[in-house]
Design a binder for this molecule. Structure first.
Ligand code: ADP
Length: 504
């Protein structure tokens, strides 16, 4: 009897395989980081072959650690870094170029060209997104225009596009020998090509981008059997039956299914998702409209999203580029060694500013520097930047939805940082709540996969699994909170208007 579900979490920094039991407890984990490739300023790539090798390896590690075989696994779920674009040859399975990662800003000129006189909101009422380098559509265009022979091969029907869910699914189900080329509605809603109402690719938008429709995967629901793992796989014949983009998966894993429920994930970047039910809500405050999830034939559920590009990756930058800490958790000690930020504000607009500003012309700024400031203040300002940015996104959610959020469910690597979570509650003025199982991204994918094969009966089973671990409540006076937000907003203005013809 199969008592477990396995989730493959193909993330920005690593790939994981996590095995869950029926209560949603973690049974075992396999994890492997992959290389972050930065060929030029603003460019971020991954080697898709390395990612697929790592996925296979971590599946083996997770099974071995738990002493389980494929017979114990009811189904496979996939969750993934969204918007990261892979283009590969359907006959050989070889990528034509490295995966272009969601943070990559090389496509700004393509964005400007497409925006033309109509501006970046040209397709927003249809797809829910502004034109931005962030989304996968512009990355496909770059590959077609810059990789030798790619355009001709694509026109001939030889090339396939996918975000990394599709890349993993296609390889897992057979690759060149009958691999399933599909994606789910949540990933499709991040391309700039999917009509939010019909949940289908829009031919007029594909034409505007000049992307052949034959490259695109079939759009499926988030919870259905897409195919089975191929024979050479350790999981052979096991159904692959759940796909959710990482942020939607985390929301699902937090059992935030209904309109008005939300979660905020603190990882490489920060992503707040606010469910709006079966209604499509268009933001007036810089949020994205996206698909939350779709279970089989049931109607799609939509969400508003506030994406922040740089949060946890700023801590990585302190470690890898500045060298003032040797591990991410060490930032806690450094930040705690000073009483406050010493007047320093760090706006990490490394890829421009995402929500709620959407300013590609912004670049990183550390302001308020005096001779008094030392590396501890910088570390503290870097941590605080995450909480400030989150508060601004939450203000936008409150304005768009017309109801004030009463508490914030959180997850992700940075929620291990107690001081940050306390500062977050202080800045929000509402409680911040962390569940027992913080691997909500993988859990959400496991849930979607398990629902499709009857491993779980319905959403109530999943709600019953959610348990609170820790809660932080605000201890900051209103005047101090207002003062901090005023200074932060002033710092944000200093990061804008930096990129011009001379500075890219
Ligand atoms: P992702 O899934 O996006 O790869 P994770 O949820 O695993 O990210 O979170 C990892 C991020 O959290 C890293 O960017 C790391 O810098 C940051 N991080 C980890 N531990 C801490 C900590 N104690 N304090 C602050 N940031 C941390």
């Amino acid at each position: 009897m199969a008592d477990y579900v396995i989730a493959i979490d193909q993330g920005t920094t690593s790939s994981r395989a996590i095995i869950f039991d029926r209560k949603g407890n973690i049974v075992s984990v396999g994890q492997r980081e992959h290389e972050q490739i930065f060929p030029k300023p603003g460019w971020v790539e991954h080697d898709a072959n390395e990612i697929w090798r790592n996925v296979q390896e971590v599946i083996g590690v997770a099974l071995a650690k738990a002493d389980l075989t494929r017979h114990d696994i009811a189904s496979i779920g996939i969750t993934n870094q969204r918007e990261t674009a892979v283009v590969w040859d359907r006959k050989t399975g070889k990528p034509v170029y490295n995966a272009i990662v969601w943070q990559d800003t090389r496509t700004q000129a393509i964005v400007d060209r497409l925006a033309g006189d109509e501006g970046v909101d040209r397709f927003k009422s249809i797809v829910g997104l502004p034109l931005a380098t962030y989304f996968s559509g512009t990355k496909i265009v770059w590959i077609l225009e810059n990789v030798e022979g790619a355009r001709e091969r694509a026109e001939a029907g030889d090339l396939l596009f996918g975000t990394t869910d599709s890349w993993v699914l296609w390889n897992l189900t057979g690759g060149p020998e009958g691999g399933v080329h599909a994606t789910d509605v949540t990933n499709a809603s991040r391309t700039l090509f999917m009509d939010l109402e019909t949940l289908e690719w829009r031919d007029d938008i594909l034409e505007a981008f000049d992307v052949p429709r034959s490259m695109l995967p079939k759009i499926c629901s988030s919870s259905e059997v897409y195919g089975v793992a191929e024979n050479s796989s350790l999981l052979r014949e096991t159904p692959v039956s759940g796909i959710l983009g990482d942020q939607q998966a985390a929301t699902f894993g937090q059992a935030a299914f209904d309109a008005g429920e939300s979660k905020n994930t603190y990882g490489t970047g920060n992503f707040l998702i606010f469910q709006t039910g079966t209604e499509i809500v268009h933001s007036k405050n810089g949020l994205l409209t996206t698909v939350g999830y779709k279970i089989g034939d049931e109607p799609a559920h939509y969400a508003l999203e506030g994406s922040i590009a740089v949060t946890g990756s700023l801590i990585q930058w302190l470690r890898d580029s500045l060298g003032i800490i040797s591990s991410a958790p060490e930032v806690e000690r450094l930040a705690a060694s000073v009483e406050d930020n010493g007047g320093v504000y760090f706006v990490p607009a490394f890829s421009g500013l995402y929500a709620p500003y959407w300013r590609p012309d912004a670049r990183g700024a550390i302001v308020g520097m005096t001779r008094f400031v030392n590396k501890s203040h910088i570390a503290r300002a870097a941590l605080e930047a995450t909480a400030f940015q989150t508060r601004e996104v939450l203000d936008a959610v409150n304005a768009d939805s017309g109801v004030n959020l009463e508490e914030l469910k959180v997850d992700g690597g940075m929620t291990a940082n107690d001081a940050l979570m306390q500062f977050q509650a202080d800045l929000l003025g509402v409680p911040v709540v962390r569940p027992m199982i913080t691997e909500t991204t993988a859990l959400g994918a496991a849930y979607a996969a398990g629902l499709a094969v009857g491993f779980w009966q319905g959403l109530d089973d999943l709600r019953a699994n959610w348990q609170e671990d820790k809660r932080w409540t605000s201890q900051m006076a209103d005047e101090e909170r207002d003062r901090q937000m005023r200074l932060w907003k002033k710092a944000v203005t200093k990061s804008m208007d930096w990129v011009d013809d001379d500075v890219k």
